[in-house]
Structure formats: structure tokens, C-alpha cells
Design a protein around this ligand. Structure first.
Ligand SMILES: Nc1ncnc2c1ncn2[C@@H]1O[C@H](COP(=O)(O)OP(=O)(O)OP(=O)(O)O)[C@@H](O)[C@H]1O
Ligand SMILES: [Mg+2]
Length: 317
């Protein structure tokens, strides 16, 4: 049975709360805080876990942890039934703090910078995920790289995962993303901003999005480009298919983690062997469920299943 490994090099303990209005100077007496494990790959593992609760062995979250915050992060994942392979670091795991302003619906998100990893620390993360990967597995690397980790990190990972006969799904940005694409990945999920950064061009029209995604697959940098477009849905391009879907219209409470839920739903379906159009539909349904979820940054399986038929994925060409 193949499995999914997620890699989160810059995890965070997400602390969220709400208040009627955010103002400067005054003490802001917030509602009770909610603490959740966070960071791209960790969120993807959480999505896979809620969608696949009977098979906790099917997914392992790999990530560096340090200090008291790191302990809390591991505990929080353990409570959610997620299997962790954590690599100890000297630096303290970061916290991310978000405040939902109830009168406006705005989110204020404060991301702390996090620790600097030493070479032996990031090398241990790389070694761990490579050692755990077997032929046919899927590795989801998501999120930014912490200070101290070189830009070629995901490129080195991409080459190693490919040589093991496994698939790398990458959701990151900047130079590390660009170098990884030069090495070649299975699936890349840029946002529009990330795609513009990659191409160095501003991409305004549907036609420009298609052309940019096609260039990536035609040059062998990725088998699948899944461009997520926020409330405009997604465009998914492979060598043989172009799929376009609008976002499922839902009442949006927060867009925190929308991208991770899209990747989680997509990879969950891919892992079950679903065809590409259904993977896209599950990605959209999972993301739509997450953006309307007041209680957590991840989707709710029942809501996700109810939304799935509302995803209309149009095959072009
Ligand atoms: N307002 C919205 N309404 C419905 N669905 C949405 C909305 N915003 C996002 N989504 C869904 O979530 C998916 C991913 O969102 P988006 O493209 O914003 O990801 P992202 O930029 O990677 O986000 P982040 O990195 O902040 O999690 C979209 O393809 C869409 O299906
Ligand atoms: Mg994103």
C-alpha cells in the first residue's frame, strides 16, 4: 500500500482568536484562543487525516521541531491522530497568531520568523523524508523554507524522490520553487502570484495563465500544474489535458489554509487512484469546505462530500 509523506520545513503553532475591532494602543481583550498545528505540509496531513480517519498509517508528517512550542505542536498533531516523524532542532518552533475582526470579517495574520536551521538539522529532515519514501509513494512538500536552509533544498528533494520512483507534490514559492522545477516535480500548485513570480511576468488573462502553465509542463518541469486562483477556482494543465473549474460558491469565513486544503483534497483523491478531473473537484470541494469552516483550518468531510457534486470541472481541448 503506497503512502503519503508530508514535509513542512517551517511549521508553526497557529494561535487564533477574535475581537470585535482591532485598534492600536488599547489592550485588545480577545476571545478564547484556539490552538492548531500549522504550516503547509502539516495542514495537508490534517486534511488527509480527516478524510481518511481509518488509515492513520497512510500518512506521516515530517517536520523539524524545537523548544516548548515544538512540543505543543507535536502534542496537537498526536491528539488529531496524525503520525509524526519530527526532527529535533535547537531553535524554537515559531508561532503564528491571527485575529479575526468580527465587525468587518477581516483577518489579521502575524507570522513570526521562526528558527534558523543548521546544516545537520535540515540535512536530517531531507534524509528522513528520503529514507521513509518508497516506490509509488507521494511526498507533499509545502510551505516556505526557514532561515539557514539553502534555496536548492526542494531541488535536491525533487531529484531524490524521482530517483525512488515516487511523486513529489510541491507548494512553495520563490527561488526554492524555481530550482525545484528545474529538477522536475510531479505536481506543482502555484497561486497566481507565485506563477507570476516564476515567469517574471504579470499574467492577467485566462489565456496567459494557460500559456504559462503549458510552458512548465512542456519543458518537463512538472507533470501537472495546478494553478489555484482563489475565488476564481483553478486551472489544471498536463501534457494531454487542460481542466478549468470555478470555485464552489460558499459563504467565506476565512481563506486561511485554502491552498493547503486544495492540495489535501487533490492528493487524497489522487492517492485513491481517481482520474484527474475528480482530483480537481475534490480539491475544490475540500478548499470550499475549509473556507466556510469557523472551527478549524481544515475541511469537514461531510461538508466536503456535500460540496463535491457542485464542482464543475470543464475539460478543454
Ligand atoms: N473565496 C473563495 N470561495 C470559494 N473557494 C475559495 C475561495 N478562496 C479560495 N477558494 C478555494 O481554495 C483554493 C485555493 O485558494 P488560493 O488560490 O487562494 O490558494 P493559495 O493562494 O495557495 O492560498 P494560501 O496559500 O493562502 O492557503 C481555490 O482554488 C478555491 O478552490
Ligand atoms: Mg498557497
Amino acid at each position: 500500500m503506497s503512502k503519503v509523506l508530508t514535509l513542512t520545513m517551517n511549521p508553526a503553532l497557529d494561535i487564533s482568536t477574535s475581537i470585535d475591532k482591532v485598534v492600536h494602543t488599547d489592550k485588545l481583550r480577545c476571545a478564547a484562543a484556539k490552538i492548531q498545528p500549522g504550516g503547509g505540509g502539516i495542514n495537508v496531513a490534517r486534511v488527509l487525516s480527516v478524510l481518511n480517519p481509518d488509515f492513520p498509517d497512510a500518512c506521516t508528517a515530517v517536520y523539524p521541531v524545537g523548544g516548548v512550542t515544538g512540543q505543543l505542536l507535536m502534542q496537537a498533531l498526536n491528539t488529531e491522530g496524525i503520525r509524526s516523524h519530527a526532527i529535533k532542532t535547537l531553535g524554537e518552533t515559531r508561532e503564528a497568531f491571527s485575529v479575526h475582526e468580527t465587525t468587518t470579517g477581516k483577518d489579521f495574520r502575524f507570522i513570526l520568523s521562526g528558527p534558523t536551521l543548521t546544516e545537520p538539522e535540515w540535512q536530517s529532515c531531507l534524509d528522513a523524508v528520503i529514507a521513509l519514501t518508497q516506490t509509488g509513494d507521494t511526498v507533499v512538500a509545502s510551505g516556505s523554507l526557514p532561515h539557514g536552509v539553502p534555496d536548492h533544498f526542494f531541488a535536491t528533494l525533487a531529484a531524490a524522490i524521482k530517483s525512488k520512483g515516487a511523486r513529489l507534490v510541491l507548494d512553495s514559492s520563490g527561488a526554492p520553487l524555481k530550482l525545484a522545477l528545474e529538477a522536475g516535480v510531479y505536481l506543482v500548485k502555484p497561486s497566481l502570484r507565485e506563477l507570476e513570480e516564476l515567469t517574471g511576468q504579470s499574467l492577467e488573462t485566462d489565456a496567459q495563465w494557460r500559456a504559462a502553465a503549458r510552458t512548465i509542463v512542456q519543458s518537463g518541469q512538472a507533470d501537472i500544474v495546478a494553478l489555484s486562483l482563489g475565488d476564481a477556482g483553478a486551472l489544471v494543465v498536463t501534457l494531454s489535458q487542460t481542466l478549468r473549474a470555478q470555485a464552489i460558491p460558499v459563504e467565506v469565513v476565512t481563506t486561511v489554509g485554502a491552498g493547503d486544503n486544495f492540495v489535501g483534497g487533490f492528493v487524497w483523491a489522487m492517492h485513491k487512484g481517481e482520474p484527474l478531473d475528480r482530483c480537481v473537484a475534490y480539491g475544490l470541494a475540500s478548499a470550499a469546505s475549509a473556507v466556510m469552516n469557523r472551527h478549524s483550518n481544515v475541511c469537514e468531510p461531510d461538508v466536503m462530500r456535500a460540496l463535491y457534486p457542485k464542482a464543475h470541472v470543464i475539460k478543454e481541448d
